[in-house]
Design a protein around this ligand. Structure first.
Ligand code: ADP
Ligand code: 5GP
Length: 192
């Protein structure tokens, strides 16, 4: 079955809080299902294959690109690929659910354009670049080298906020989560 459904896209520079907000929504809104991306990076902490990501080799990723299995993909960091598999979206729609994405800014804009009229694209905005840097450093998941790469990318990505349907400020986490929940529920009832 390939019934078309709705998509909710959460994008932001790394460290803005999109994973935290998306996980909150998944716990609150049962009609949502997370689009598990494929990546060539190694699992972090207790991340699980098939739940957080499909962790695959670069060779397999390139093979899947050649087979046109991705709706979008990107070399988000040098040498590290991330992508959304077409089968993932189809699987979730076949269950009658709405797909929710945690995806980088360029990938989010690709999906918004591709699924125009079916998608709600939300940009999660941190209070400032300085706070973003603090959060990313505080998360403690990246090496100093990786952090530097993420900061440089984040600075550029903040400029894309106006291209999204909604800018969701993430200053106080509880407020941001409630606002996100309200936006998602509205969209699921009334559409874009
Ligand atoms: P992203 O998925 O955008 O990279 P995360 O959800 O991993 O970001 O959040 C980055 C870090 O910031 C995490 O340690 C998270 O707990 C923390 N965080 C998220 N939102 C807030 C907030 N509003 N205030 C303080 N810390 C936050
Ligand atoms: P992380 O390594 O922190 O899990 O993710 C790095 C960045 O890649 C984040 O901004 C994340 O949202 C993004 N990302 C995750 N999955 C995808 C995907 O399928 N496509 C694209 N373009 N970016 C993704």
């Amino acid at each position: 079955m390939n019934q078309e459904g709705k998509l909710i896209i959460f994008s932001a520079p790394s460290g803005a809080g999109k994973t935290t907000i998306v996980q909150h929504l998944l716990g609150k809104v049962p009609q949502l299902e997370f689009s598990v991306s494929a990546t060539t990076r190694k699992p972090r902490g207790d991340e699980q294959h098939g739940k957080d990501y499909y962790f695959i080799s670069k060779e397999e990723f390139l093979h899947r690109i050649a087979k046109k299995q991705f709706v979008e993909f990107e070399e988000v960091y040098t040498g590290t690929f991330y992508g959304t598999l077409r089968t993932e979206i189809e699987r979730i729609w076949a269950e009658g659910k709405t797909v929710i994405f945690d995806i980088d800014v360029i990938g989010g804009l690709h999906l918004k354009r591709k699924y125009d009229g079916q998608a709600l694209a939300i940009f999660v905005q941190p209070p400032s670049l300085e706070v973003l840097i603090e959060r990313l450093t505080g998360r403690g998941t990246d090496s100093p080298e990786k952090l530097k790469e993420r900061f440089a990318k984040a600075e550029k990505e903040l400029n894309y906020a106006p291209e999204f349907d909604i800018i969701l400020k993430n200053h106080d986490l509880q407020t941001a989560c409630s606002e996100a929940e309200e936006l998602v529920r509205q969209f699921m009832v009334h559409g874009s």
